[in-house]
Write a protein that binds this ligand. Sequence first.
Ligand SMILES: Cc1cc2nc3c(=O)[nH]c(=O)nc-3n(C[C@H](O)[C@H](O)[C@H](O)COP(=O)(O)OP(=O)(O)OC[C@H]3O[C@@H](n4cnc5c(N)ncnc54)[C@H](O)[C@@H]3O)c2cc1C
Length: 398
Amino acid sequence: MDLNFTDEQKAFRAEVRSFLEQKLPKRLSDKVRLGQRLTKDDYEEWHAILNERGWLAGNWPKEHGGAGWNAVERHIFEEETTAAHAPRIVPFGLAMLGPVLQKFGSKEQQEYWLPRILNGDDWWCQGYSEPGAGSDLASVKTTAVRDGDHYVVNGQKTWTTLGQHANMIFCLVRTSKEGKPQEGISFLLVDMNDPGVTVRPIVLIDGEAEVNEVFFDNVRVPAENLVGEENKGWTYAKYLLTHERTNIAGVGFANAGLANLKRIASLEQSNGRPLIEDPLFAAQIAEVEIALMAMATTNLRVVSAAAAGQAPGAESSMLKIKGTVLRQEINALTKQAVGPYAMPFVSEALEAGSNVGPVGPDYAMSATPHYLNNRKLSIYGGSNEVQKTIIAKAILEL
Ligand SMILES: Cc1cc2nc3c(=O)[nH]c(=O)nc-3n(C[C@H](O)[C@H](O)[C@H](O)COP(=O)(O)OP(=O)(O)OC[C@H]3O[C@@H](n4cnc5c(N)ncnc54)[C@H](O)[C@@H]3O)c2cc1C
């Protein structure tokens, strides 16, 4: 397997880099670099810039308005955008729902919803998890009962990321209690402005209300919002998860985090010299960097195989674990590098334009919030413990 980039791929990288130099607003990249909070408008502004260039939906085929990139091109795009501190692309409509509609949606659903995702007419969120259904997703209890040409939805979703911005939610709902739990689940698109939908924020450990609880109380949803067939939602849900888990290694994010860590360690002092020259700290950075290089190589192998048409198997579980643990280690070292400045938490300083500044240098203000927030990495997208079970069964054959 050849892990070197072709001339064509190198030219593509140069094209992405020059686009970012010209089109990525400095106001946005500054926010990302400093770890400040991004608003809904920020995300929508960046989405619109990418959409104008035809690069918003890298994973969608051209016939649906996507860029039609293969896995290597998507990988290059991710490396360049994270290095340039671009905002992340919000995945719910683009990386999750879009591919499901393209494969299982009706022609009418595709024609109606897909352009709206690209144009930013709808902000989607993911209604999979419930208080009693996370790792064990097949236990979803939110019900959808057919009543004429509507479904009546009752129940609760939780951990709904950025649901406070959303006007639409794609939900796994129970439409049958017969047979195996997986056989009674359907995939339904719900308008969050409909009567009976309540969104309640959950404030996380870093002080930000990034996730929500969503309640459904006799919400009437048009039957035409059912995707595919009734009770076949488990198949679509799993298909979506394979897309949720693309780029799961997060090499670009880890590289950006490592570069930031090195910069901070060269600015901070320890015993009269830059922290990065402290043998113990330098050794800890080197250990993380070597592990990251090894993971990046494994990731390239998986990306290269995917570009050649092979579906990623249990390797993605290895990448999920390694990638998330490495990013958490980088967060921990960054927190350590800023020393006492990791202690004060000035929430207002994380809002760009606030007249309340951070305690200490600006690069220190997001070290602790990021460290705390990224505990989530080993929980969502399939917890790391669950990934270990997959590796045990599929790779180690235990
Ligand atoms: C910040 C954040 C954002 C999220 N965003 C969304 C979202 O937008 N939409 C959405 O639908 N969901 C979202 N989730 C939910 C996420 O997918 C679930 O939290 C995750 O699947 C784990 O489920 P749980 O929280 O119910 O924990 P549980 O499944 O109850 O797990 C609790 C613990 O037990 C372990 N465990 C469970 N089962 C096994 C097993 N079989 N073997 C070994 N260990 C096991 C887990 O690893 C974990 O440590 C988000 C979660 C977080 C933290």
